[in-house]
Design a protein around this ligand. Structure first.
Ligand SMILES: C[S@@+](CC[C@H](N)C(=O)[O-])C[C@H]1O[C@@H](n2cnc3c(N)ncnc32)[C@H](O)[C@@H]1O
Length: 412
C-alpha cells in the first residue's frame, strides 16, 4: 500500500460542529425548501403565457399546498431544534445557527425514515425486517419474565423503533447510533409524543416525479403510530418488570464503542475519555442478541463490524441480521484519519479512504464463517422496500438476506 501519511491536524468535524450542522438544517429548512422547491415552480409558472396558464389553472393551488406543507415540516423541525439544541448543550436555535453549514439531503432522508419507522404507512415494511427479527428473539427466549436479563444490542438503530419493540417484549435493549439527525429526532419523539399520532410531516413533497396525483405529493403522515403508554403495558402484566430500565440509547460509532482493542481508530469518533474506555470494557461478551437491520453495509471496513459483533456477543448469543448490501461508502470521496500498524510494528497516522472493502454477499458469508460464526438460520431474496412511498408510481425492492449466527465453539 502506498501510505498516505498524515502529519497535519485532523480536518474532521468536532462533535459540536456535527450537531450544529443538524440544528442549522432544522432551523433553516423553511427558507431552503421555499428556495429549492417553491421558487423554481413559481418562476416557471409566472413565465407561462396567459393561454398556457389557463391550461395549468390548478397550479397556483398546488403551489399553495406545497407552501403549506413546507410550513408543516418546518414547524416540526423547529420544535425539535428548540428542544434538542439546549438539551444537547449546543445553544439556542433562535440566535446561534447559521445558514451556511447545513445538510438538507439528509433532512429529507430523515422524513422517509419517519415514514418507515414510526408511521402506519411503514407497517408492512417494518413487519418484513423488524417483525422477522423479533419473531426469532421471542422464539429463542420464550419466558417473558427472564427477558429483562437478556441484553440486546441494536447497532445503527436509526429512529429507535426496533429498540422500542424489543423493550416492549421485555428485553433489556440498547440502541447505538452515530447520526445526530437520528439521535435528536428519536430523543424528541420518545420524550415528547404524549399520544399516538401526536406529530405530522409532509415527507413526500420533495419528490415531484412519479406522483399519480399532486395531492399524494402533499399528503401528511402522522406519527408515532403507537402510544407511549404501550411501553408500560408489560409492567402492568408483569409487575416484576420495570419498563423504564429496559431501554437505552448510546451516541457513537458501533465498532469504536463495542469492538475489541486494535480496531482501527477513526478520527473524532474514537473517545479516549475514561468513561468511554470503561464502557467499552464492559461490553465484552455482554449481549445475548445483536440485531442488525439494514446496518452492516454502513461499514467502512466490514471486518471491524464483524469483530465488534463477535467481541460484544456472549458465547451463546445470537447475531440476527436483515438487509441488503448497499455499501453506503461505495462512492464516498471521504477519508478518515486512523492509526495504521506497519509490517514493522511501527504505528503511523494515515488517511484511509472510506470506500474500498465493498464485497459481495457470497464473499461476506464466507468471511463471517471464517471469522468464527456458524449460520443457524439463513433466508435469501426476501423482497423489502426501504422508506418507500407506497403511493408512488415507482417501486424499489431490495432482495434481502436474513440470518441468525452463533459463535462457533472452539472444538467445532
Ligand atoms: C440504513 S439505516 C438503518 C436504520 C434502522 N436499523 C432500520 O432498519 O430502519 C443505518 C443506520 O446506521 C447508522 N450508522 C451508520 N454507521 C454507523 C456506525 N458506525 N455506528 C452506529 N450507527 C451507524 C446510520 O446513521 C443509520 O441511522
Amino acid at each position: 500500500m502506498e501510505e498516505n501519511i498524515n502529519n497535519e491536524a485532523t480536518t474532521e468535524l468536532t462533535e459540536e460542529d456535527a450537531m450544529r450542522i443538524i440544528l442549522n438544517s432544522l432551523v433553516h429548512y423553511r427558507a431552503w425548501a421555499r428556495d429549492n422547491l417553491l421558487t423554481p415552480k413559481a418562476t416557471k409558472y409566472d413565465m407561462l403565457t396567459d393561454e398556457e396558464k389557463k391550461l395549468f389553472h390548478w397550479f397556483p393551488n398546488y403551489l399553495k399546498k406545497l407552501e403549506h406543507s413546507i410550513d408543516i415540516n418546518s414547524r416540526y423541525f423547529e420544535m425539535v431544534a428548540e428542544s434538542m439544541g439546549p438539551f444537547w448543550g449546543v445553544g439556542n436555535p433562535d440566535t446561534e445557527y447559521n445558514k451556511s453549514n447545513t445538510d438538507f439531503p439528509n433532512l429529507i432522508n430523515l422524513m422517509n425514515q419517519f415514514v418507515r419507522e414510526w408511521s402506519s404507512d411503514g407497517m408492512v415494511e417494518r413487519d418484513i425486517s423488524f417483525g422477522r427479527i423479533l419473531k426469532y428473539a421471542e422464539k429463542y427466549f420464550p419466558n417473558i419474565e427472564f427477558r429483562p436479563d437478556i441484553e440486546v444490542l441494536v447497532p445503527g438503530s436509526g429512529l429507535g423503533r426496533l429498540v422500542v419493540e424489543f423493550s416492549k417484549l421485555g428485553f433489556k435493549t440498547q440502541g447505538t447510533e452515530i447520526s445526530y439527525f437520528m439521535l435528536f429526532n428519536s430523543h424528541f419523539l420518545l420524550n415528547r409524543a404524549f399520544v399516538s399520532n401526536n406529530f405530522v410531516l409532509c415527507p413526500f413533497i420533495h419528490k415531484s416525479s412519479n406522483n399519480l396525483k399532486s395531492n399524494f405529493q402533499c399528503r401528511q403522515i402522522y406519527f408515532p403510530d403507537f402510544n407511549a403508554e404501550e411501553i408500560y403495558q408489560l409492567e402492568k402484566d408483569y409487575p416484576s418488570i420495570k419498563s423504564d430500565d429496559l431501554m437505552s440509547m448510546i451516541a457513537g460509532d458501533f465498532d469504536d464503542l463495542y469492538g475489541p482493542p486494535g480496531v482501527a481508530k477513526k478520527g473524532q469518533t474514537t473517545m479516549d475519555d475514561p468513561n468511554a474506555m470503561a464502557f467499552r470494557e464492559g461490553n465484552v461478551g455482554r449481549f445475548k442478541i445483536i440485531a442488525t437491520s439494514f446496518f452492516i453495509d454502513t461499514a467502512t471496513n466490514i471486518i471491524d463490524y464483524i469483530k465488534a459483533i463477535k467481541h460484544s456477543l456472549s458465547d451463546d448469543g445470537y447475531w440476527i441480521n436483515f438487509g441488503p448490501l448497499l455499501w453506503h461508502h461505495e462512492h464516498s470521496e471521504k477519508f478518515y484519519d486512523t492509526d495504521w500498524k506497519r509490517p514493522t510494528g511501527e504505528i503511523v497516522k494515515v488517511r484511509m479512504p472510506a470506500q474500498g472493502l465493498e464485497i459481495s454477499m457470497e464473499d461476506l458469508i464466507d468471511l463471517i464463517e471464517e471469522m468464527g460464526f456458524q449460520f443457524i438460520e439463513h433466508e435469501s431474496g426476501i423482497k423489502s422496500s426501504y422508506g418507500s412511498d407506497s403511493r408512488s408510481m415507482s417501486e424499489w425492492n431490495y432482495k434481502c438476506e436474513f440470518w441468525i449466527c452463533k459463535k462457533k465453539h472452539q472444538n467445532n
